[in-house]
Write a protein that binds this ligand. Structure first.
Ligand code: MTE
Length: 317
């Protein structure tokens, strides 16, 4: 029998999503009939340790979740490279336990927490959110975590605290793209830094996320803990966080430093403000072909619009 090998596509940071999914479907179909060589197929989605969580019905989106396999193999995590499948292939080098998170800055009681201590202190709940990336696609992911506000109240912010800065781990042994001489795009200034205004951080929708789909967070999705801010573009949700710092000034964020004219501090999902290189008026849900109109604040306008009352969101994008 003539066995044809899967065609080799190369992808880059702007991988065309249709091509990507056609390729994955092709590989899945081929795998069913042909014996694939090791490493030739796409990375299998990992089945991680289970993580129990009560459903927060009030704050959950009532839409069917994206397939787990898609949510764990089509990722942005530039510490592992710029291709959407790099994180699933390479994130086994990340060691998410033991893991300490420092919560400090303008607070009365700074503290460093072990991640499992944090989970014990804050019983996780499940919330389903659409996470939209900058390339106008979206996924619906049942995130598991607890409100960031509960953690911030624990360390008692002082009156000077106006913003919250999140910092990802800096460790070239665990993140290949942080190595000097790493082959590929590496123009982000490591470590990855993101930030929120204090009132955004205290909003009950803002989640410290430790799991998804009933299990602990897979490495490629930001293990052992990341932030999820459902009404903002995906890049605001920093992964694998080691420090949460309360500060007086707007933090300098990684994407803003790399391309200020493209990525502002607020980064609210806003169909009326085009990215300089593409429209943000419509999006494609991963797993669907039709495009749908993008909703202001990702559909959470009723809950969050008041945070931006009186602000010019075209100037403060
Ligand atoms: N956090 C770190 N540390 N490094 C990154 O490259 N990418 C961001 C965000 N958080 C990123 C990160 C971007 S661009 C997106 S869209 C989301 O993570 C993707 O999260 P997901 O892979 O779980 O969907």
């Amino acid at each position: 029998m003539l066995i044809r090998r899967a065609p080799r596509f190369t992808s880059n940071d702007v991988t065309d999503e249709t091509l990507y999914w056609n390729r994955r479907e092709w590989i899945a179909a081929a795998a069913a009939t042909l014996a694939l060589l090791p490493g030739e197929g796409a990375a299998a989605a990992p089945a991680g340790p289970p993580l129990k969580a009560a459903r927060n019905e009030g704050l959950s989106l009532k839409e069917p979740p994206t397939k787990f396999d898609a949510a764990t193999t089509y990722n942005n995590f530039y510490e592992f490279g710029v291709n959407k499948d790099d994180p699933a292939r390479l994130a086994h080098t990340l060691r998410p336990r033991p893991w300490a998170v420092q919560v400090d800055g303008l607070v009365h009681t700074p503290k460093t927490f072990d991640v499992d201590e944090l989970i014990r202190l804050h019983p996780p709940e499940e919330r389903v959110y659409a996470l939209r990336c900058v390339e106008a696609w979206s996924m619906v992911i049942p995130w598991i975590g607890f409100p960031l506000g509960a953690l911030l109240r624990r360390v008692e912010p002082t009156g000077q605290a106006k913003y919250v800065e999140f910092t990802t781990l800096l460790d070239p042994n665990q993140f290949p793209a942080q190595r000097r001489g790493f082959f590929g795009f590496s123009s982000l200034d490591w470590p990855y830094v993101e930030g929120l205004r204090l009132d955004e951080a205290m909003h009950p929708l803002t989640l410290v996320t430790v799991g998804m789909y009933g299990q602990v967070l897979p490495n490629q999705n930001g293990a052992p803990l990341r932030v999820v801010v459902p009404w903002k573009y995906g890049f605001k949700s920093a992964k694998s966080i080691v420090r949460i710092r309360l500060v007086a000034e707007e933090p300098k964020t990684a994407w803003n430093k790399a391309a200020a004219q493209e990525y502002g501090f607020y980064s609210n999902v806003n169909p009326e403000v085009s990215h300089p290189r593409w429209s943000q008026a419509t999006e494609r849900r991963i797993g669907e072909f039709r495009r749908r109109p993008t909703l202001m604040f990702n559909g959470y306008a009723d809950q969050v619009a008041h945070l931006y009352a009186g602000m010019n969101l075209k100037a403060l994008y």
